[in-house]
Design a protein around this ligand. Structure first.
Ligand SMILES: Cc1cc2nc3c(=O)[nH]c(=O)nc-3n(C[C@H](O)[C@H](O)[C@H](O)COP(=O)(O)O)c2cc1C
Length: 342
């Protein structure tokens, strides 16, 4: 197996063990809900639908980019696709870099469109791959392989620097993103992979024409831990295991930009319950996303496992909205949250 394929396989195996989650909190546990004892809401009329990029989904959860690019990843992508098609949820495939290097891997990605003909599916490529430009032909190959509805660019400098074989040069990523926005016929989303996006970075991305930001903050999967645990890493550097901006801090910094301009804001990184989802929406996110709980549920119990956890979260979100006196997710705002005092 080539290095890149082995690396993607290692990632799935390592992220489903608890030892690769941040010790730093995502920040959601710093808040509790402002309970409404007089909700005046019928739970059967509560809507948990949410909108992103002009499309309405059944629930405000995007299944984050994860896999593809090695033999066993096709069946995992097929399960994610089937699940998202059945539940009207958006999702992203994992980095498509491997299929640009080896065409035979394309089917581990294209299976998602076969299984999910109507779903909102996103392509995925690393920001580093965009340095010095990314030809229009390459963009087409990525997008056409899954008939993508949007392209996600992931930013992962921390992960690259922890990887013995990782990239070391990050000069030119922003120019690459700006060019991709110009060349792409579909919206461009930019995400981190767990270390978070600050207001300063968010502004530069929005100025480059990016339509949606997924903060992917610290508090969930720690890519420094994942890379440090990999057996091929002979010189692990654990002092960066908790490096990153917590998801709540990212939301605090970026949500204020929504007064100045219109863009989609996805909260991810450590979303682990419907309570986290509701808190993220109260803090200014339009949508949320998660990765690790989904891959864990699939690894343990396949399609049934991920459906079970989703049903639980849907039920919980309806209860939360009712207990806050809200009949839809768009009604959530900061008045529904109380900050815990030390
Ligand atoms: C097994 C696995 C593989 C991942 N691969 C990618 C990837 O290829 N591209 C990407 O943008 N993010 C990738 N991620 C990062 C996630 O999309 C997400 O941003 C990050 O894990 C934080 O979310 P979480 O705390 O819910 O896991 C991966 C995550 C996991 C768990």
């Amino acid at each position: 197996m080539t290095d890149i394929r082995q690396r993607k396989k290692d990632h799935v195996e390592l992220t489903i063990t608890e030892g690769t989650q941040y010790s730093l909190s995502s920040g959601f546990d710093g808040y509790y809900f402002n309970h409404n004892a007089l909700p005046e809401v019928d739970i059967d009329e509560v809507s948990i639908e949410a909108t992103l990029l002009g499309r309405t989904f059944s629930f405000p959860l995007f299944i984050s980019s994860m896999t593809g690019g090695y033999a066993d990843s096709g069946p995992v992508n097929a399960i994610i696709a089937e699940f998202c098609e059945a539940n009207n949820l958006p999702f992203g495939v994992g980095s498509q870099r491997a299929m640009l290097e080896d065409k035979s891997l394309t089917k581990t990605f294209s299976v998602v469109r076969e299984k999910a003909p109507n779903a909102f599916i996103c392509s995925n490529i690393g920001g580093v791959q965009l340095i010095d430009g990314f030809s229009k032909d390459k963009i087409k190959v990525l997008i056409n392989s899954i008939e993508a509805n949007a392209v996600i660019v992931h930013l992962n400098p921390l992960q690259e620097l922890m990887q013995p074989e990782g990239d070391r040069n990050f000069k030119g990523v922003l120019n690459g993103i700006e060019q991709l926005v110009k060349d792409s016929d579909i919206p461009v989303i930019v995400k981190e992979t767990g270390a978070g996006i600050s207001k300063y970075v968010a502004k530069r991305l929005l100025n480059a024409g990016v339509e949606v930001l997924d903060v992917a903050g610290a508090g969930g999967t720690s890519w420094a831990k994942v890379e440090n645990y990999r057996s091929s890493n002979k010189n692990p550097n654990h002092s960066f295991n908790d490096w990153g901006i917590s998801t709540v801090e990212c939301l605090r910094q970026i949500s204020s930009l929504q007064w100045e301009r219109s863009f989609g804001l996805i909260a991810s990184g450590g979303i682990r319950s419907a309570h986290d989802i509701a808190k993220a929406l109260c803090l200014g996110a339009n949508f949320t996303a998660c990765a690790q709980p989904v891959i864990k549920a699939i690894s343990e119990s396949g399609l049934e496992g991920v459906q079970h956890f989703f049903d639980q979260w849907s039920n919980d979100l309806k209860i939360i909205l009712t207990l806050l006196g809200c009949s839809s997710v768009s009604e959530l705002n900061s008045s529904h949250l109380l900050e815990k005092t030390a």
